[in-house]
Design a protein around this ligand. Structure first.
Ligand code: MLT
Length: 273
């Protein structure tokens, strides 16, 4: 990516300047629209927006640069600066959480509050990394999103898969709209990410760690690992939800984000007084 990369921003609402804005970062292999059900359920009037990560949704392809979530985080920071946001509550789900951690590492002044949903701070093990590279190659070779299509069902928790199979159709429709090149780039970028647990040790601001109790991809143990590294965490375990809590239980996610943003506002006010 170039230093002038601008990503697509989905603005759900614009609020008063004295309340911290909330920035939502989506999961793989989806885009900002995965937050559609959550956005109206975040209490309060604050600015709420979501960013399409590089090569996904309506954001431009990442070009030929070596895939890196650091570049994705830099692009998010540049994009936010371009719309006048230099301080925000940053909330990421899964891959969005990896990017939130990269933002915290590389642009710490931006992050007033941190929401880590169904994600992990650790790097991939060798098998996971090898599998990502295999999937990326398959996406590029086939020129389709076939290799990630099964994720529509696999990311849901057992309860959602059984009781609300229509959610898989909705996630599948989002996957269909991604480009194989953008999805492959994201896989390679995730494979290259470092362990960022130490970054959490250095963050003293308010944090939310939220996880579905049926999440297999980033299970409760991964959430507890992050909680142990944070100074001011609030852990929320969402019952009967899998990896995509924002789609499976938007009301719990909206409420938890509102609570995090409220804590971040109070800290900002204290710092100003
Ligand atoms: C996601 O939901 O963003 C993915 O499960 C992240 C990953 O593959 O590690």
């Amino acid at each position: 990516m170039t230093p002038t990369t601008r990503l697509n921003v989905l603005t759900y609402r614009e609020g008063p300047r004295d309340l911290l804005p909330v920035v939502l970062l989506h999961a793989f292999p989806l885009d900002s629209r995965m937050w559609d059900d959550v956005a109206p359920l975040v209490p309060g009037a604050r600015t709420l927006l979501a960013v399409d990560l590089p090569g996904l949704g309506s954001s431009a392809g990442p070009g030929t640069s070596a895939p890196s979530l650091d570049d994705a985080a830099d692009a998010v920071a540049q994009t936010l600066a371009a719309v006048g946001l230099t301080r925000a509550v940053v909330v990421g789900l899964s891959m969005g959480g990896y990017v939130a951690l990269a933002l915290l590492d590389r642009h710490p002044g931006l992050v007033a509050g941190l929401g880590l949903l169904d994600t992990r701070s650790t790097a991939d093990d060798d098998d996971t990394r090898a599998n990502r590279l295999r999937v990326a190659a398959e996406l590029e070779l086939s020129g389709t999103v076939d290799a990630v299509r099964p994720m529509a069902r696999a990311l849901l928790g057992e309860t959602s898969r059984t009781l609300r199979p229509e959610l898989a159709d909705r996630i599948g429709a989002l996957i269909e709209q991604q480009t194989p090149a953008g999805v492959a780039w994201s896989q390679r970028a995730m494979a290259a990410r470092p362990d960022r647990t130490a970054t959490l040790h250095g963050f003293v601001g308010p944090a939310l760690v939220l996880v579905g109790d049926e999440d297999v991809a980033a299970p409760v143990a991964a959430a507890e690992h992050m909680v142990a590294a944070l100074t001011a965490p609030h852990l929320v375990v969402v019952p009967h939800a899998g990896h995509l809590t924002a789609i499976e239980d938007p009301s719990s996610v909206g409420e938890a984000i509102g609570e995090l943003a409220g804590r971040a506002d109070i800290d900002e006010q204290r710092a100003r007084d």
